[in-house]
Write a protein that binds this ligand. Sequence first.
Ligand SMILES: [Zn+2]
Length: 204
Amino acid sequence: MKLLFIGPQGSGKGTQAAIMSKQLNIPHISIGDLFRNAEEELKEELDEYMEQGKLVPDELTLKILKKRIFQPDCKRGFILDGFPRNLNQASLFKTITDIDKVIEITLSDQEAIKRLSGRVSCEKCNESYNIFTEPKPKNPLHCDLCGGKLVRRTDDNERAIKKRLEIYHNETEPILKEYQDILIKINGEQNIDKITKDILNSLK
Ligand SMILES: [Zn+2]
């Protein structure tokens, strides 16, 4: 089974993709991880863009992805998380493989902003938490592991969060129409276990 997981930041799609990967016994492919672990030649090409803070071209992303999804462990399928992010990527992707189901994890902007602004990490050991959702620290000011002070992540200020949501609405959401025949909508405002259950039921 080949699945795409799509949802705004804060929807927990990465978490769900990882859980589903274990449940269905197919690899979880995260575009972020693929970039970080790219092989030598591709890595050099990628670093050129990333170091300059430029967007990685869709063609290059596709090249890296293509290498990954034709590995033997993807024979029974895979869960793709973080791609495609726009219409151009979706139509390029269509040229290399077909998808069975698209799981959209929905979340209101209000809830996304709340969740993202709740992200904190430990000053000492870097462990991350969320003061509104899981993993919640026992004490909102101190790290469970080492007692260090919890601080807000710097990239999570409200303006940056709104900007990212806007890009999601304008660029990523339009691709859902392309997948409307195989689209499954899941309410992302429920707890993690309920979301997992809903996804599993929807695939039966
Ligand atoms: Zn700590």
